[in-house]
Design a protein around this ligand. Structure first.
Ligand SMILES: Cc1cc2nc3c(=O)[nH]c(=O)nc-3n(C[C@H](O)[C@H](O)[C@H](O)COP(=O)(O)OP(=O)(O)OC[C@H]3O[C@@H](n4cnc5c(N)ncnc54)[C@H](O)[C@@H]3O)c2cc1C
Ligand code: SF4
Length: 523
């Protein structure tokens, strides 16, 4: 080998990064994975209020915790930080995109048929399965009932989940069953505790550290946690990757750099786009990057409408966070919109916080929905009666990420987003209408969040795009294999290259695309 430190450096260890690292290492390449977050385990998942919950990209010395919550104007984006990326925090839904999605906006090589074997491989690696019928939560039952009442019964289905279930589990025998998985890691089975978004303490979730990354390490890949990549620099032959190492205890940052023949960027939609923007516009190490960088960003239509049921226990903190969907993606949502309605759950800890807020509602002058809510508080635990109707949708994907300057510190560049609600309004209103109909038909009262009604703000856990695939640099940042236009040996392998909203949970598509692309790149 040349004098370079590695054959390949993979940046980020989420779906795109884990698949890439695994396949590169299995092909005998010398691979290094640089991951900004820590190595989380059931022993250190955040639980107490004082635990490290937050990641802050601008102050990683102070905040190098679980979740990166970015507030742009009118749009909030949430992502994970840690070895395993979004698989640590996600709700385990591992679902294929609809074949129709690939008919517009994608390079012609990327079709559902082309991805099908890779979807299957991801499903096998993540050991996806549905919640067994003897373990359905109250939310799943409510979903099914609502679907039938709205004449959507044929569209209701349980979702494929990357979770290990024990078919014999029941409330009288609520223990987990531990065994070694196909990748040599110890895992338990689901105990329906509802903590999926804050780390599974019995390792029933098939997170990437327990499969793809385990295989990558078994094949010789090295994973370095708490390494935040700051800059990419092309060399005569290969790449130099600059990073800050974060001391987990003190937060002290120490700079470092390493070289590799190829770099596979997989820092997520926001992370990969920000890093390339900084390399083009701030460090000026990659000036030839496409002018399309940052354009075509999608929020994927995520929306939650809480509904309350006076007479019914829903217990949203019990059961896997998401279990089922009502598939209206053939434009059969209200007003002809394409929706994928799901149940949502909330971890008990978040529930505790919400309960406290609800208890502070004043008695007396309340009307309508608030009056009902106050009555539920008086009757016991209002959260036990709440159904968070959730879902995704096809939306225009017209956001743009860019680097702006602060008026008080113009020498510093901050990641900003240009997105306005107008073009997404029809689809959001359609989702709200579907949620309201489901609520009404099942005897509840829906509560449309004021963050939408008054502020037109959205929050998404499913950011897509920013380094979109295209045919040429005039309409994309990378080609159909994820190769960055204008720079040999540099690839983007994650959700940043998905060129449009896909209207449902995207991790399976991101992983399948990475399977396809990495196999084509390494031959
Ligand atoms: C609460 C929540 C629930 C979700 N539920 C689901 C679900 O049920 N199903 C589904 O399909 N999707 C779900 N998602 C979305 C899913 O997690 C993402 O779509 C997916 O993880 C994106 O994969 P990725 O490879 O693009 O990036 P990620 O998985 O986000 O991985 C990027 C990695 O890069 C690291 N990184 C970022 N910047 C740097 C840097 N500069 N240097 C080094 N490392 C860096 C990050 O720490 C992270 O580990 C959920 C997301 C959230 C937040
Ligand atoms: S419900 Fe609990 S046990 Fe089951 S996968 Fe989620 S966190 Fe793990």
């Amino acid at each position: 080998m040349s004098k370079l430190d590695f054959d390949a450096i993979v940046i980020g260890s989420g779906f795109g990064g884990a698949v890439s690292a695994c396949r590169l290492a299995q092909k005998g390449r010398k691979v290094l994975v640089l991951e900004r977050g820590r190595r989380w385990t059931p022993q250190n998942y955040p639980r107490a209020a004082t635990d490290p919950w937050l990641w802050n990209q601008e102050r990683p010395d102070r905040f190098h915790g679980w979740a990166d919550l970015r507030a742009f104007s009118d749009m909030w984006v949430v992502a994970a930080a840690g070895v395993g990326g979004g698989s640590l925090i996600y709700a385990n839904v591992s679902v294929e995109a609809k074949p129709e999605v690939f008919k517009r906006g994608w390079p012609q090589q990327i079709t559902y048929e082309a991805l099908r074997p890779h979807y299957e491989e991801v499903g096998r690696m993540l050991n996806v399965q549905e919640v067994p019928d003897n373990q359905l939560s109250q939310r799943t039952r409510l979903m099914r009932e609502g679907a039938e009442a709205c004449n959507w019964g044929g569209r209701f289905r349980k979702l494929p989940l990357a979770v290990r279930f024990d078919p014999d589990w029941n409330a009288d025998r609520p223990d987990t069953r531990t065994s070694t998985n196909a990748h040599g890691k110890e895992q338990g089975t689901c105990v329906h505790c509802g903590n999926c978004d804050i780390g599974c303490q019995v390792s029933a979730k098939n997170t990437l550290d327990l499969n793809y990354l385990a295989e990558a390490e078994r094949a010789g890949a090295e994973i370095r946690a708490l390494h935040l990549v700051k800059k990419l620099e092309p060399m005569e032959k290969g790449w130099r990757v600059h990073f800050d190492m974060i001391d987990e205890q003190t937060g002290r940052l120490s700079p470092g750099n390493l070289s590799a023949e190829n770099v596979f960027l997989a820092a997520g939609s926001i992370g990969s786009t920000e890093l390339l923007l900084r390399c083009r516009d701030e460090h000026r190490t990659l000036p030839a990057l496409s002018s399309r960088l940052g354009y075509g960003w999608a929020h994927n239509g995520d929306f939650v409408t809480p509904a309350f049921y006076k007479e019914r226990m829903i217990s949203p903190s019990h059961g896997v966070t998401i279990s089922a969907a009502i598939d209206l993606l053939d434009n059969s949502g209200p007003d002809g919109q394409a929706l994928f309605v799901e149940d949502g759950g909330i971890p008990n800890l978040a529930g505790h916080f919400l309960r406290k807020r609800l208890e502070r509602l004043p008695r007396g002058k309340l009307r309508g929905f608030y009056k009902e809510l106050r009555e539920l508080v008086d009757d016991g635990d209002p959260l036990e009666h709440m159904m968070p109707w959730f879902g995704q949708a096809m939306e225009p994907g017209d956001g743009r990420l860019w680097l702006g300057r602060r008026w008080y510190a113009p020498w510093k560049r901050k990641l900003r987003m240009q997105w306005s609600f107008q073009r997404s309004q029809a689809v959001v209103e359609s989702m709200i209408a579907a949620h309201k109909l489901l609520t009404e038909k099942t005897g509840g009262s829906a509560y449309v969040p004021q963050t939408w009604t008054f502020l037109r703000n959205l929050i998404t856990p499913h950011p897509l795009g920013g380094c979109n695939m295209g045919l040429t640099p005039a309409n994309g940042v990378v080609d159909a294999q994820g190769k960055v236009f204008g720079y040999a040996g540099l690839y983007v392998m994650d959700g940043a290259i998905i060129p449009r909203a896909i209207g449902l949970n995207p991790s399976r598509t991101i992983a399948a695309l990475a399977e396809r692309n990495i196999r084509q790149v390494i031959g």
